[in-house]
Design a protein around this ligand. Structure first.
Ligand SMILES: Cc1cc2nc3c(=O)[nH]c(=O)nc-3n(C[C@H](O)[C@H](O)[C@H](O)COP(=O)(O)O)c2cc1C
Ligand code: SF4
Ligand code: SF4
Length: 273
């Protein structure tokens, strides 16, 4: 395959974006960052894409480690898509700088708002807003595919200056606390011990003790365990028992169970009329 897209996704938005870009580009394989850890490479591919969610106004810790370990090859075109709930802030600037330190040029970085999966702060919003975001994302992907096919260089997209000034310091303060934020998870009486939460966790952070999940404090805060529990038994803090769960409507549980098979997309589909 000519192109490789590495993706990371808790609730399927980034997986859906990665798949849709891959389908548009053609000749592309999709590889899960949760499965390959820090062993990504730009070697052997004409194009490498990174598609991942924004967490707390910046890069997920997992993406930082992946980008630091990304083996570089001359001549590869590298782009990124930061999938978010409407506030990309300085995430792509952070990625561009990080990759530059490692000797890799980020040729383009795209901000893609989708319904938010962060239900402790309100979640994905009403159906109409979700639909509008999916439609806007599809239009944006057409632009991304065209940009990548032409190997265009574009400035990375970013949020307004005020947002970066306020949120980037907050992100830096929070980053080291993320692994132990799982102390706020708990499980209610609906839990039947099925183990799905453990099987979707990208960090092997959930064990089962007498049929009940226990969190091991190396969390990424992806919210997969909470969002994919078939019984909606995983809770976070006080509010979530009453909140509707979210995952992308075209991504299903089988798509997020580990390990994720490498998906291959052949020749590009005809452009939409
Ligand atoms: C811990 C956490 C923090 C988040 N922080 C932000 C944020 O700072 N800005 C934003 O726009 N969305 C934020 N979100 C929302 C996600 O970026 C967004 O829903 C994304 O589409 C999820 O992608 P996924 O479905 O591939 O996991 C956050 C989500 C989580 C779980
Ligand atoms: S996925 Fe839900 S029901 Fe299954 S073990 Fe985990 S918490 Fe319990
Ligand atoms: S414990 Fe839950 S939120 Fe934390 S990394 Fe695992 S699935 Fe994601």
């Amino acid at each position: 395959m000519e192109n490789t897209i590495y993706f990371y996704s808790g609730t399927g938005n980034s997986l859906w974006i990665a798949r849709t870009i891959a389908r548009g580009l053609g000749d592309t394989r999709l590889v899960s960052i949760a499965d390959v850890g820090e062993t990504g490479t730009t070697g052997g591919s004409g194009v490498v894409g990174l598609v991942f969610p924004v967490y707390i106004w910046g890069l997920p810790r997992r993406i930082i480690r992946f980008a630091q370990g990304l083996k570089r090859a001359e001549g590869t075109y590298v782009f990124a898509a930061a999938v978010n709930g409407g506030q990309v802030s300085g995430t792509l600037v952070q990625l561009r700088r990080l990759l530059k330190r490692e000797g890799t040029l980020l040729s383009a970085g795209f901000d893609i708002p989708m319904p938010s999966n962060y239900i402790p702060w309100g979640g994905p919003g009403p159906e109409k807003k979700r639909r509008e975001r999916f439609e806007a994302a599809s239009r944006k992907i057409d632009d991304i595919v065209s940009c990548v096919k032409k190997r265009e260089r574009r400035p990375v997209e970013k949020g307004p200056l005020w947002a970066r000034a306020v949120f980037t310091p907050f992100y830096r303060l929070t980053l080291s606390k993320v692994p132990t934020m799982d102390r706020q998870f708990w499980v209610d009486d609906k839990c039947n011990g099925c183990g799905v939460c453990s099987r979707v966790c990208p960090s092997d952070n959930i064990g089962l003790d007498t049929g009940r999940p226990i969190w091991k404090h190396r969390c990424e805060q992806c919210l997969s365990c909470l969002q994919w529990c078939p019984k909606e038994a995983v809770q976070y803090g006080k509010k979530t028992p009453g909140y509707e769960r979210y995952h992308h409507p075209e991504v299903h549980l089988k798509d997020v169970l580990k390990p994720h098979p490498i998906e291959e997309f052949g020749s590009a589909e005809m452009e939409r009329p």
